[in-house]
Design a protein around this ligand. Structure first.
Ligand SMILES: [Cu+2]
Length: 151
């Protein structure tokens, strides 16, 4: 092995690490992000995903926005006196190394005032605001409604 090859063998893994770090948006990954298709005429849709905090400190999500919707809120479904109601969640904390699941019947995104009709397979960009940090960008996929429970 000549000297150049030896140098490359050392440098390439370092470069791979550096570009990998540069490509990461931040500590929070948004996994399994999906939106059940809504029946025609519905002015609200729900969004589900898992937030995974791969960082070493807690991250708090304080808001969300999407070019596909006029308004996006974080909600929790609560059961009171046999009734299911939705409450707005202004802050969602994700511990270091932790995961928070948004799923039917629990935490969810409320996607309001859709700007266009969404069909299964469509992808929707949603950007989350974090306290004192950079935002988190995610891509949600619209799935057919069958088998999906809304709230
Ligand atoms: Cu809701």
């Amino acid at each position: 092995m000549n000297r150049t090859a030896r140098t490359l063998r050392v440098l390439l893994p370092v470069l791979a690490l550096l570009t990998g770090a540069a490509a990461a948006e931040g500590p929070v990954a948004v996994e399994e992000a999906w939106i059940p298709q809504s029946p025609p005429g519905m002015e609200m849709m729900a969004g589900y995903a898992t937030f995974h905090n791969r960082g070493t400190g807690p991250v708090t999500i304080t808001g969300a926005a999407s070019p596909a919707f006029g308004r996006v809120e974080l909600h929790r479904t609560v059961h009171e006196g046999g009734m299911a109601r939705m409450k707005r969640v202004p802050h969602l904390r994700i511990e270091a190394g932790g995961r928070v699941r948004l799923e039917p019947g629990g935490l969810h995104l409320m996607l309001m005032a859709p700007r266009r009709r969404l069909a299964p397979g469509d992808e929707v960009e949603i950007t989350f605001t974090t306290a004192g940090g950079r935002g988190v960008q995610a891509r949600f996929t619209v799935r057919p409604r069958n088998g999906a429970h809304h709230h």
